[in-house]
Design a protein around this ligand. Structure first.
Ligand SMILES: [Zn+2]
Length: 474
């Protein structure tokens, strides 16, 4: 499998802005991976962090952005899971509006899923989307290629061609890969390209037309429930498939070793499989067990599942209808613990814009999903950090180095000479999420009406400000 030519690198595309020169003085600099955690200054020049330190002296012509004094600076966030809806579904979102929403959320990179129209299942479509991002996107966009043609789960997509066009990973997200044989073949091909497969877990014969988590609230509300086993069942199966694929790789490597090649399979650092949007305590327990066994798997959780519980469906709010469903308080607590201890590697937004006619209908008929790029950090900060459940540094890791490790991308960092990719956040600003606070095209946000603490003030990509908001401004 590693005998072919070297796999091509993932491509991240973004509109170029003229680089700026400015100093951000007296901000709290926090980058856990670099051991940076102090109040100091940051100097940006020529697209890079020219200097970082307790106090930086600059000549008089350097603009000083002292409106951010007292704010925090983190490496720019990276979202491994968003739906930017280009091509074909631009009535919900497009690359330009999705990237604007991402910038407003502190993201410097956002990875778009393949469930568009047409599906991103060939190199031609992937190259076209990335070309569009290079013209329109204010932050970097990475593209995922489909695992199966047309997301039909029947035949593999053009995986090698997709990799050569620069996709960062493969996923049929929105749908599970139900056929075990197809998934095994996909795992072999994906490994040859150095890309992970991202899996949406769902047993379709159990989820059916379910609306919410199956539990006491679904019974009380008379809404059809989706049991937790709908996710943990396929997860258990997929872990066994990964175990099988790893044993196969090791057998092949051992056979090559007798011919003089290295004895163990080179797993290249990236996981074989990444589990998207975990929603249940059982799923977290299964992933923890797999990691103890050394399986090359990673996992993600969304801010929705960390913040809400199924009780909130009481108001029949369609914006809280998401897939997998928001589950019980016990599930939420287990997901928080799994994020804190590293069982869950990263936070993905699952930003899923929909038009009013798709959401403002009876909850049984509403499409699944909520937008989430603008609110992700604030929601997690409010529910996890401000309550003392998870340290701020762990949340920053889960939004920066965590997703980058999953996708094999270089992580943004606060270090002299590094590309200037960071966000500036006011951790004390309290704000209420209203339609006016959302920058994307759609308004279907589960957090509408919630008051959150902590808000992004500015996002810098390649040394240029891509998003700026005055304190207190919508
Ligand atoms: Zn999904």
């Amino acid at each position: 499998m590693d005998s072919g030519p070297r796999p091509s690198a993932p491509r991240l595309a973004c509109r170029a802005f003229p680089p700026e020169r400015f100093l951000v003085p007296r901000v709290h600099l926090l980058d856990p991976a670099e051991g940076v955690d102090y109040v100091g200054d940051l100097l940006v020049e020529d697209g890079r962090i020219a200097a970082i330190g307790k106090r930086i002296a600059v000549d008089t012509e350097v603009p000083i952005l002292d409106e951010y004094t007292g704010c925090w600076v983190f490496p720019g966030f990276v979202d491994p899971h968003a739906h930017l809806r280009t091509p074909g579904l631009e009535y919900k979102e497009d690359i330009a509006s999705g990237a604007r929403a991402a910038a407003a959320g502190g993201y410097v990179t956002v990875v778009a899923m393949a469930n568009t129209d047409p599906v991103v299942d060939s190199g031609t479509v992937a190259s076209w989307v990335l070309g569009k991002a290079a013209q329109d996107a204010v932050v970097r966009v990475g593209q995922v290629g489909a695992v199966s043609k047309g997301l039909k789960g029947e035949e593999l997509s053009e995986m090698r061609e997709l990799a050569d066009s620069g996709v960062v990973a493969f996923a049929d997200d929105g749908k599970p890969v139900s056929d075990a044989d197809l998934l095994l073949h996909a795992l072999r091909y994906a490994r040859g390209t150095g890309r992970p497969i991202l899996l949406h877990l769902e047993n379709k014969s159990l989820s059916l037309d379910g609306v919410m988590h199956e539990g006491k609230w679904s019974a009380r509300l008379g809404l059809r429930g989706i049991p937790g086993i709908c996710e943990s069942g396929p997860l258990a199966r997929d872990l066994e498939l990964v175990r099988y694929a790893v044993a196969e790789e090791d057998r092949l490597a051992a056979a090559r070793a007798t011919a003089g090649a290295p004895a163990s399979a080179d797993r290249g650092g990236t996981p074989m499989v990444h589990f998207q949007h975990l929603s249940s305590a059982d799923s977290a327990r299964l992933v923890a067990g797999a990691k103890r066994d050394g399986l090359p798997v990673t996992a993600e959780v969304t801010p929705f599942h960390l913040y809400f519980t199924d009780e909130r469906l009481r108001a029949f709010d369609q914006n809280l209808k998401i897939n997998p469903p928001i589950r019980s308080e016990a599930d939420r607590e287990a997901l928080i613990a799994a994020l804190a201890d590293g069982t869950i590697d990263c936070i993905g937004t699952d930003h899923a814009p929909h038009a009013p006619q798709e959401k403002e209908v009876p909850i049984e008929e509403a499409l699944n999903g909520s937008v989430g790029l603008e609110t992700a950090f604030a929601a997690v900060h409010t529910a996890l950090v401000a309550t003392g459940k998870v340290p701020l540094a762990r949340v920053v890791e889960a939004m920066t180095t965590g997703p980058c490790r999953v996708l094999g991308l270089e992580a943004p960092r606060l270090a002299e000479g590094a590309p200037a990719d960071f966000c500036i956040v006011d951790l004390d600003e309290r704000w209420t999420v209203t339609p006016a606070t959302l920058r994307g095209k759609s308004r279907n946000c589960a957090f509408l009406g919630e008051t959150l603490t902590g808000r992004v003030r500015s996002t810098v990509v390649d040394g240029a400000r891509r998003f700026e908001r005055a304190g207190g401004e919508a």
